[in-house]
Design a protein around this ligand. Structure first.
Ligand SMILES: Cc1cc2nc3c(=O)[nH]c(=O)nc-3n(C[C@H](O)[C@H](O)[C@H](O)COP(=O)(O)OP(=O)(O)OC[C@H]3O[C@@H](n4cnc5c(N)ncnc54)[C@H](O)[C@@H]3O)c2cc1C
Length: 352
């Protein structure tokens, strides 16, 4: 088991709708430092499996920082982990989890926020809204799409928050059963007067596609448009991490297009800058940093989530796999640490 996964006790299970359960964790005092979530981040959980030992899945926190740590899981038709969680987890059980990670989080909590959620995509969205209402000063508009009224997660909580903050929060519920699927034109109309806001989009793929298309057509600035894709991890980030010698011994030859000799790496994490001059070009940056004792963030280790994202400041890397970053992210210098092999003799980057 990786050293930084933790067994957390479940203190409560709340049936939010017929298909969605919130799992509330009881965070022991000695783990409070390791679990300091930002709004919109997710936990990676290890769901026990007779078949594979465990199935690793990410679940966004619906709670705001400071509240009891809570994820909200909606059953996926024919899915494994979501149904296991909803069918089996009870208060008093424990679940193995990795600490919070992810970059779907507001840079400025005082900004005006334009929040789009579809179905279970509401989970990080309500975390952001709860936090911004508590700590920020801006206006918050939420467009929340669901199949029908019974599918609406946190219906009462949204009504309560809107009643408590009538001057700051507006929630628009869009029901497919009544209005049909929202079209790009309708989404554009919703966003058109809010081009100065920071946008966050999370939901099923067609909903995200329509929303992002609408924002792009409005020329909504990429720097203020954030999206979170829900997908199941293929790999297992809970497995043993190879010790230093082993990790270095695994490297045989750097792949084509990658630097040919040890590379100089300067990386900033949580305000501390570390410098190394022996990054083997065949070793992904995350693995190299772990071997050096740097606690760099990660989750899937497969290029499928963005937990390990960092920003390049100098040099270049080649990503072996990237299922999550878009061209605009790449243009902004964002790279995935778990997939990055250096292509230049010097690389400088930051996780900030
Ligand atoms: C950043 C992020 C945040 C997310 N946040 C949320 C959230 O807040 N709420 C939410 O509901 N979802 C969230 N998701 C989606 C979530 O991680 C899962 O993708 C979703 O719950 C579907 O998983 P599933 O196992 O139920 O379904 P699937 O992944 O569709 O299940 C089928 C898969 O399970 C495998 N499988 C079948 N039987 C077994 C077995 N016995 N043992 C092991 N594997 C088996 C199959 O081979 C197949 O690969 C998030 C995803 C990401 C990336």
């Amino acid at each position: 088991m990786a050293t930084d996964s933790f067994l957390l006790p479940v203190s409560d299970v709340v049936e939010e709708t017929a298909e969605a359960h919130s799992i509330v964790f009881d965070l022991p005092d000695d783990l409070k430092d390791a679990f300091q979530p930002k709004p919109g981040q997710f936990l990676t959980v290890a769901v026990p499996s007779d078949r594979d030992g465990l199935a690793a899945r990410c679940y966004s926190l619906s709670s705001a920082p400071g509240d009891p740590l809570t994820v909200t899981v909606k059953r996926t038709a024919d899915g494994y982990a979501s149904n296991w969680i909803c069918d089996n987890l009870r208060p008093g059980d424990t679940l193995r989890v990795l600490p919070p990670s992810g970059i779907f989080t507001p840079a400025d909590i005082d900004a005006d926020l334009l929040l789009f959620a579809g179905g279970s995509g509401v989970t990080p969205i309500i975390s952001i809204a709860r936090t911004a209402l508590r700590e920020g000063k801006g206006r918050i508009v939420v467009f929340y799409a669901n199949r029908d009224e019974r599918s609406v997660i946190f219906a009462e909580e949204w009504a309560r928050l809107a009643a408590e903050h009538p001057d700051r929060l507006q929630v628009v519920h869009w029901l497919e059963s009544v209005q049909g699927l929202p079209t790009p034109e309708q989404l554009k109309a919703f966003a058109a007067d809010r081009l100065t806001y920071d946008a966050f989009v999370c939901g099923p793929a067609p909903f995200m596609k329509a929303t992002v298309a609408a924002l792009k057509e409005l020329e909504f600035p990429r720097a203020r448009r954030h999206q979170e894709k829900f997908a199941s991890l293929g790999g297992n980030p809970f497995g043993e991490i190879a010790p230093v010698e082993e990790a270095e011994a695994e490297v045989v030859e750097a792949p084509e297009g990658v630097a040919r000799q040890p590379v100089e790496l300067e990386i900033e994490l949580d305000g501390t800058t570390s410098t190394f001059d022996d990054w083997d070009p065949g070793t992904p940056m995350l693995e190299f940093l772990e071997a050096k004792g740097v606690k760099a963030p990660y989750s899937c280790r497969e290029g499928e989530c963005s937990a390990c994202a960092f920003r390049l400041l100098e040099g270049e890397v080649k990503m072996v796999r990237n299922d999550v970053l878009e061209q605009e992210d790449l243009d902004d210098g964002i790279r995935l640490g778990c997939q990055s092999l250096p292509t230049t003799d010097t690389v400088r980057g930051t996780y900030s």
